[in-house]
Write a protein that binds this ligand. Structure first.
Ligand code: PRX
Length: 661
């Protein structure tokens, strides 16, 4: 709570360091405002100019924005291009060709380097291998891979032949995979035998086998397996092939397939407020424009930079700022297989020194856990490493509390590196509200101002603008090129989730609460306004976890899930459960809680495991049967109940639920 209080009174301001402004693409607030004005005065002209400057089009577009079927907006839709060509081929014959594209550091510390030329060759060969498997433009390919050059190659190879990829994070369970494979109608799966994390070998291919065996995956014709470790894994005759097998005999000449700008580049599943994850669909042209443009605007990326985004390719951050943005911008980037705490909690700082990282982009949850580690063990404090190569720091995924911001600024950035607190979502494709390192005065805990052309506002339920200082709902009033195009297989849900009728059906509702500061109009995100939790920067739906719990039909009668604030993970999952047997206590309660935790890990993935599970004979409900989540949130926080409980059918239940196991 102290952190929230201190945001409210936050008055520290850090002007952009002179070194960050010097030579920056947007070097001042005046330059930023000039771009904003250009966008306001000629919205379509602004985006058309940038799309022409930033991307190589095989067929130039003549229409910039088509709003005739809003909110299904279309951008640059008579143009054609290829995403992989814009990330790789465009650099051939320039000085970027021989530049290192990826420095890969494995879990065990082994380092390999790949130049842009080599990466193009590898992508082209893998694309040829995909074609040889009968995979073609428009097909969907599920990718379930560790952080690796091969993972990026698989994504780029799909883009090269116009196949739509759907990457599933390596921490998701067989059940979660099964649902995604079915929803996407995938014809192929690309995976690895195992992944290495924190010195441990963990299966991936076996989980794919389990997912497919659950049924409904008849569309899957082939499973391609990267052999990350020498350990054998089971292979299904006729369906499964190793990378070595499919790459054999494939040449490195594979012309990129031009696709329409609106062609779906990828589908990425994310949690919403109702049960089933949504397949967020992104379009090729607008998305790629954003990936490249924000590398320039937000990270002011330069040829001599070493860029490191620590996100996994299974999340949107790893899509935009590992697989596409850095490559489209011709940057050198570090890709890391492992975890920040292995073999010690100074691994990130050690790697920054070793690879001379200059732009570092990570999540508040990682920063907070490393602060904790440094406080308990001085040997892993960042001061033990030379971090002078850094020039820009970034934060993403959840609100960063001012204390963590200050620590990052001071101990990692040496009070020299702007901290860009980038607000965005799977649905926005890339940054939408963020400081610009050479222009924006920074305020800890604030994502500051929208990028040029992003018409962000704070409104009430009817869509009416609220004055600065008043908290409300964050919306974006005009479309932007990298916005979500639809929910795969569910256009109605797309309209309902993001474009509420009460606001006219054309305004994008982010799902976050926000407030603007009275002095500067800076945005501060106050958290989700729907039933979505943010645990360690991972998005989870409370309903999704509830459905997982009640799916344990032999044991669970009813479940309600809420979040409670946590110092390290941002939020923690708390589940209130009614069993189909008498309410357990003591050892029995602990044992059942564990069983349920493991069950949720199997249903969704370990990231969704409830931290706390409380048992009751019932849940607090109103007389009309509605679960009072407000009360559950207070109980989860350990707060005294001050709310009116007179409408509660069964007030005695509150005492039961307040007891920890
Ligand atoms: O609640 C916001 C939070 O993360 C949500 C989006 O999650 P996801 O789609 O998984 O994408 C995460 C990576 C972009 C948002 O609705 N969020 C993201 N960035 C910030 C943030 N909250 C506050 N400050 C941020 N910088």
């Amino acid at each position: 709570m102290t952190s929230i209080q201190s945001v409210l009174v936050e008055n520290r301001v850090f002007p952009p360091p002179a070194a960050a402004s010097q030579g920056a693409r947007i070097p001042s607030m005046e330059a930023y405002q000039a771009l904003c004005r250009e966008a306001e005065q000629d919205f379509e002209g602004f985006w058309a100019r940038l799309a022409r400057e930033q991307l190589n089009w095989t067929r130039p577009f003549t229409r910039t924005l088509d709003e005739s079927n809003a909110p299904f907006y279309r951008w640059f839709d008579d143009g054609q291009l290829n995403a992989s060509a814009n990330c790789l081929d465009r650099h051939m014959g320039t000085e970027v060709e021989s530049r290192t594209a990826i420095v890969f550091e494995a879990d065990d510390g082994q380092v390999t380097r790949v130049t842009y030329r080599e990466l193009l060759d590898r992508v082209a060969r893998f694309a040829n291998a995909l074609k040889a498997q009968g995979i073609a433009k428009g097909d969907r390919v599920v990718i379930y891979m560790p952080m690796s050059v091969e993972g990026v190659v698989a994504m780029q190879a799909c883009a090269r032949i116009g196949a739509t990829h759907s990457v599933v994070f390596g921490g998701f369970s067989a059940k979660a995979l099964n649902e995604r494979i079915i929803d996407a109608g995938a014809v192929a799966v690309v995976t690895a035998n195992y992944q290495m994390r924190g010195g441990k070998e963990m299966p991936l291919k076996a989980i794919i086998d389990e997912a497919i065996a659950m049924g409904g995956c008849e569309t899957v014709r082939s499973v391609l397996v990267y052999q990350r470790t020498p350990t054998e894994c089971a292979m299904v005759e006729g369906r499964d092939r190793t990378f070595d097998q499919v790459l054999q005999g494939q040449g490195n000449d594979c012309p990129p397939v031009p696709v329409d700008a609106e062609h779906p580049l990828f589908i990425l599943y994310t949690s919403g407020s109702t049960g089933k994850p949504k397949g967020v669909q992104h379009a090729t042209g607008g998305y790629l424009l954003w990936a490249r443009l924000t590398m320039e605007w937000t990270f002011d990326i330069r040829p001599e930079d070493v860029f490191w985004c620590t996100a996994d390719i299974g999340w949107i951050t790893g899509h935009t700022y590992v697989a596409y943005g850095p490559l489209a911008a011709g940057a050198t980037q570090l890709v890391f297989e492992g975890v920040p705490t292995y073999p010690h909690a100074g691994r990130f700082w050690e790697m920054i020194e070793r690879h001379q990282v200059s732009v570092f982009y990570t999540a508040p949850t990682a920063i907070r856990s490393l602060i904790k580690a440094a406080e308990t063990d001085d040997k892993v404090h960042p001061r033990n490493w030379d971090l002078s190569s850094l020039r820009i720091l970034g934060s993403v995924g959840e609100p960063i509390n001012p204390e963590a911001w200050m620590w990052y600024w001071r101990n990692v950035g040496g009070e020299r590196c702007p901290v860009v607190d980038t607000f965005w979502q799977t649905e926005t494709g890339g940054h939408v509200i963020t400081p610009l390192p050479g222009a924006t005065p920074l305020v800890p805990g604030s994502c500051t101002l929208p990028l040029p052309g992003i018409m962000a506002a704070i409104v009430d339920e009817t869509g009416k603008d609220l004055p600065h200082g008043a908290g409300g709902m964050l919306v974006i009033k005009r479309p932007w090129p990298s916005m979500i195009r639809t929910i795969w297989n569910d256009p109605e849900r797309f309209k309902k989730s993001y474009f509420p009728e009460e606001m006219g059906g054309r305004v994008y509702l982010a799902g976050d609460g926000a407030v603007r500061s009275e002095d500067r109009g800076y945005f501060r995100i106050t958290g989700r306004i729907d039933d979505v939790l943010n645990v360690s920067g991972h998005r989870l739906g409370t309903m999704e976890i509830e459905s997982a719990l009640v799916a344990k039909t032999d044991l669970v009668a009813e479940a309600a899930v809420v979040g409670r604030p946590d110092d390290v993970t941002g939020e923690a999952v708390c589940a209130f459960v009614v069993l189909k047997r008498p309410r357990p206590t003591g050892d029995e309660a602990r044992q059942i809680a564990n069983e349920l935790r493991n069950w949720v890990a199997k249903e969704i993935g370990p990231i969704a495991k409830p931290r706390d599970i409380r048992f009751g004979e019932n849940l607090p409900k109103t007389r009309s049967g509605k679960i009072m989540r407000r009360l559950l949130r207070s109980i989860a926080k350990g707060e005294a109940i001050t709310q009116d409980t007179s409408t509660l059918e069964n007030p005695a239940i509150l005492d039961q639920l307040s007891q920890a196991n």
